[in-house]
Design a protein around this ligand. Structure first.
Ligand SMILES: Cc1cc2nc3c(=O)[nH]c(=O)nc-3n(C[C@H](O)[C@H](O)[C@H](O)COP(=O)(O)OP(=O)(O)OC[C@H]3O[C@@H](n4cnc5c(N)ncnc54)[C@H](O)[C@@H]3O)c2cc1C
Length: 434
């Protein structure tokens, strides 16, 4: 079996700490049959790991990348309705550190109640989108904070899963090592190896016909100041009648006295495909963005024109995976987060749903442990969890896909419930798949 999770660190020898230690010892004694193997150390996997650790359930967590930084791209993500699931999974020490994960460390997100959506042709505000206690986080800093206190095994690329006759599960890694446990959770993102091992060709992503630019920009200090003065503190975004979405928001703002340290996330999408030259070259992709945005209403046109020439623009694509049922091998394997439901980002739901998955999985494992029946309920608990993930994933993938289609078709978008005031939940059933 892979190394046991260490018990949660407790403080000094006061009564509270002693009680906590006793509680954790008791929980450990009740969990001898559970050992969860988590594949992927990012939003979903780390939240599951923290939740299991808090509950005293043994686990091991494996990450393909060699360390916590080198290959990890940054972008902003908005945590909104899922905050309650975080509270369920995270220890107080990490909840206290959440302000460190903010994309704009200087912003009091409690003051944010929504953000304006603009017409990129005229500059007018089309609508205010209300938001309840949103927190925009940097994916990189979020991950770093969530790693606190976890023993993550890096350079572990999952390549195979084995289901031995003794009812356990074995994860095999590219480096020839393996780890044995009771349940393997594939939290390995949109291209999930776990999903491919479970479903073969049916696990493949579908690429949608949109161009996507998603980059982090360090503007000149002078432009940084002008942009800061011009934009809404949460984000400045809008849609153009010819079918473009454009978004700019603060990505990092560590020192208010030093604008050279401030960066912005710039995201834009439009229907179509990159040319061969644009697919091959970052400067060509930047030129494509500039050309597209140059004729838009200022200040949006400036936000693209002012991007420094050496800014890397990655060859991103918008790809989705609509959830399908998987064989859970009697409770020995399941999926969570983007691995289970890879949706388009225009509705900002992927992380929020991943956090709900994490909290539900931890609860399922706690129920198995507390049943005290030698793990007999594991298969049923994982099946129930899988059903929840499938149902919510299918619904969210559908509505997100519909939102993506609508925001690139101006006429339909203006008539849609999103803009008419009824909200996304009023989108007609069945519309999602159109
Ligand atoms: C531009 C953009 C904006 C977004 N904005 C929002 C937003 O505002 N709100 C929101 O809720 N969501 C948003 N999302 C979606 C959100 O980023 C994802 O849903 C979320 O990050 C998924 O987390 P995850 O842990 O499931 O997957 P990932 O973050 O992809 O993590 C998967 C992990 O598994 C590891 N891994 C992969 N393969 C293997 C393997 N074979 N073996 C071991 N480890 C492996 C990877 O290295 C990685 O660390 C946005 C996405 C984009 C692209």
């Amino acid at each position: 079996m892979a190394d046991e999770a260490k018990p949660a660190v407790v403080g000094g020898d006061d009564d509270g700490a002693k009680r906590q230690r006793e509680e954790e010892e008791k929980k450990k004694k009740k969990s001898p049959l559970l050992h969860v193997l988590i594949i992927g150390a990012a939003s979903a996997g780390l939240t599951i790991a923290q939740g299991l650790k808090k509950a005293g359930i043994p686990f091991s967590i494996f990450e393909r990348d060699p360390d916590d930084e080198s290959r990890y791209r940054d972008w902003g993500m908005t945590v909104h309705w899922s905050a309650a699931y975080l509270t369920r999974c995270l220890p107080q020490a990490i909840l206290d550190r959440l302000p460190e994960t903010q994309s704009d460390q200087q912003l009091d997100f409690d003051t944010i109640t929504g953000f304006p959506v603009h017409n990129l042709e005229t500059g007018e505000v089309l609508k205010e989108i209300p938001l309840t206690t949103p927190r925009r986080v940097s994916r990189k800093r979020w991950r770093k904070v969530m790693m606190e206190g976890l023993d993550i095994q890096f350079s572990k690329n999952l390549v195979d899963i084995e289901y031995p006759p003794d009812g356990s599960v074995i994860a095999h890694f590219e480096d020839g090592t393996s780890a044995k446990g009771t349940t393997l959770v594939g939290a390995d993102g949109s291209k999930s190896a776990t999903r491919h091992l479970l479903l073969g060709d049916k696990a493949a992503l579908t690429t949608l016909p949109y161009v996507m630019v998603n980059t982090v920009v360090r503007y000149s200090p002078e432009h940084t100041k002008q942009i800061t003065d011009a934009i809404h503190p949460f984000c400045h975004m809008g849609y153009h009648p010819e079918g473009t979405m454009f978004w700019i928001s603060v990505m990092d703002n560590p020192d208010p006295a030093d604008p050279s340290q401030k960066t912005f996330q710039v995201v834009s999408t439009w229907e179509g495909a990159l040319s061969a030259e644009e697919s091959a070259s970052s400067p060509a992709r930047l030129a494509a963005l500039r050309t597209r945005i140059s004729r838009y209403h200022p200040p949006f046109s400036h936000f693209a024109a002012w991007i420094p020439d050496d800014t890397p623009v990655h060859p991103d694509r918008i790809a989705v995976w609509d959830p399908l049922p998987v064989d859970h091998h009697a409770g020995r394997v399941c999926l969570a987060g983007d691995a289970a439901h890879n949706m388009t980002f225009h509705r900002g739901q992927g992380l929020n749903v991943a956090l709900q998955d994490a909290a539900d999985l931890v609860e399922a494992m706690v129920r198995v442990r507390d049943a005290d029946d030698g793990g007999a309920g594991l298969a049923e608990a994982v099946r129930g969890f899988g059903e929840l993930v499938l149902e919510r994933g299918a619904r969210e993938c559908g509505v997100s896909m519909l939102t993506t289609r609508l925001v690139h078709r101006w006429g339909e978008f203006m008539r849609s419930p999103i803009m008419s005031g009824a909200g996304v939940s009023a989108l007609g059933k069945g519309d999602e798949k159109k």
